[in-house]
Design a protein around this ligand. Sequence first.
Ligand code: NAP
Length: 252
Amino acid sequence: MDQPPVDHLFLITGTTRGIGKALAASASTLPNSIVVSLSRAAPFLGNNRQTIRIDLNDTDRIGAAFKHIQVDRQKTGRLTHTVLINNAGVLDPIAPIGDCDDTLLAQNIRVNLTAPLILTRHFFHFSRPFPGRKWIVNITSGASRAPYYGWSAYGAAKAGLDMATRAMAMEFSRIDPTFAVCAVAPGTVDTAMQEKIRNCSTKQFPQVDKFLKLKNSGALHSPERAATALIRLLMDGKFKNGARYDLRKMGG
Ligand SMILES: NC(=O)c1ccc[n+]([C@@H]2O[C@H](COP(=O)([O-])OP(=O)(O)OC[C@H]3O[C@@H](n4cnc5c(N)ncnc54)[C@H](OP(=O)(O)O)[C@@H]3O)[C@@H](O)[C@H]2O)c1
């Protein structure tokens, strides 16, 4: 492995499309960066890019995935940031609880909540020997705070992620203050997830009209804009342990 010295190392989940794809593209333009994509498909190619194929439903395989990250430890002496972005997410099942599919309910909690916790645990051990700051960004949602009809699993998983963020922030401040974790709500972003919402029937999701109006009035932000706002938040050094950020208020 012949790598130049690394200043920024990013691990990002769910980079096949949407916000994750834009985040990976934006992070890989930072000088001396390495971006590791943890995704089910679509190799993420380029000199400073690596792809680790993983289905985050397979939570038992997450620990092993870290062994495939190719970083020359001798080139990490000037690392300033090692960052895990728990971005991958699923909305399904969208339906009142009685109509939900058991498998989809379990998968929702696994991908949106269990996987980020396990990823964070392994990231802690993987990155602890590195110099510099170690940051974990949990992509949350407005649905973690307000209930949405038909989104019980999604809202519960994101609310759980918010609380896990706060608890882990408390732990890091005592155990190793070079670590910090925050939750970031991206706002309403024009991705496949929004398309899925707009394609719902009113029986499944009575608020569908609100989301159709957001799209038709041009109120959705682009994934690139959200990604730029998040990378700026990280690089400006304004990242506060335990905070919850709303990218809409930060130019995203
Ligand atoms: N868009 C919005 O308005 C909005 C609002 C609030 C919060 N968010 C959050 O923002 C994050 C990104 O959402 P998005 O809008 O960009 O959604 P998206 O376009 O649907 O993309 C979701 C990403 O997650 C990946 N993913 C899903 N299940 C996975 C699994 N089992 N294993 C590995 N990867 C998996 C997908 O990969 P595959 O291609 O393999 O499926 C895809 O890359 C999510 O956490 C979402 O909850 C989005």
